[in-house]
Design a protein around this ligand. Sequence first.
Ligand code: IDP
Ligand code: MG
Length: 138
Amino acid sequence: MERTYIMIKPDGVDRKLVGEVIRRFETRGLKLVGLKMLVPSREIAEKHYEVHRERPFFAELVDFITSGPVVAMAWEGNQAITLTRKMMGATKPEDALPGTIRGDYTTSISANIVHGSDAPETAAVELKLWFADNELLP
Ligand code: IDP
Ligand code: MG
């Protein structure tokens, strides 16, 4: 069993896609083990996107993710990281296939509905960053 950090970004909340994103992961068979809604602080946003600090779009990225409420989630299941990444779709809009969340709901590289951890190490760091231990199911 694997756990991963998934976040519905402010554009996903604004577009009322919260239920749709959750439905997709639930019907796939993954288990929701943590859930909360918050407006991220700049501090948590900068830590979350630390690996992108030197990229030209870093400031825009932090501005965007702090611009409104997000839905922070922990999902559990067999191969949860790989499965959720595939269901999210690629970062580049032209590579996000139909049938994926990004491929079905966005054409933007920045306002792309959803974040998902990309490896076991990042999943562990991100779950720790966004959730206290007692906010996750045991
Ligand atoms: P990912 O979300 O598919 O893992 P990353 O490369 O980790 O993609 O980038 C993190 C986030 O930064 C993306 O989801 C997107 O919101 C934003 N981003 C990535 N590349 C660009 C870009 O070239 N311009 C603007 N925003 C970008
Ligand atoms: Mg990423």
